[in-house]
Design a protein. Sequence first.
Length: 254
Amino acid sequence: MIKFKGPDNLRNLLLIVIFFLTACSNAPDKPEGSARKAAETNTQLGRNYMDRGQYEIALEKLKKAVAFDRTYAPAHTMLGVLYETIGDTEQAGREYKLALEYDPEDGSTNNNYGAYLCATGKGKDADRYFTAAIKDPFYPTPAIALANAGSCALERGDMDKAEAFLRQSLEYDGQLGSSLLPMAEINYAQGNYLRARAFLQRYQALGEMDEESLYLGYQIEKALGDDQSADEYRSDLLRLFPNSVQAGRTASRE
């Protein structure tokens, strides 16, 4: 099964929506003037340092941001992302909660906290936050929240709910890889192999090539009886990801 992305793999997705947080936060009791401006500047600097892998400096900048303005939700969210990245999930959770306290209706804030809950094994608790994100009329990327909700439902084995969320996500963005790949898996699990192949081909048309998709392609083609295509997937998997668990699974079937 394709797992919901954990903290390390989740970071890039969260950073996508952070941009909108820094631009559109509607935090209550918003300070005016230099304090808010300083918080915004230091949050952006923190993000830039995170992008370069300079986590210690990023932490310093983000702590400065909340020191200037403790109500600035994007700074708390970025701190949550950073703490997840360095493996401090407990502190990450505290920062995400603070972000929600100061901006409870913001779609990005809710989506990020839902993703955190799912990544830490609290998927059922996450649904309310994904739903809140989708309901925010100013949230610019509902497809991402729906994709997260679908992947989270899939992780806990609720395929019906997962498929419903993922289909809604693809209605917003038909080329969202984080929805196409799990849709391929769901259809494979349901025995809809041709549909699974179609979703996987749409995913790979985006230029995606990873061990999960290659192994799923191998499984789909085996199920369809196309041994030549299955062997091509297997060869790519062994060549590109020779030490992966998926490569080992195909090698054991020689």
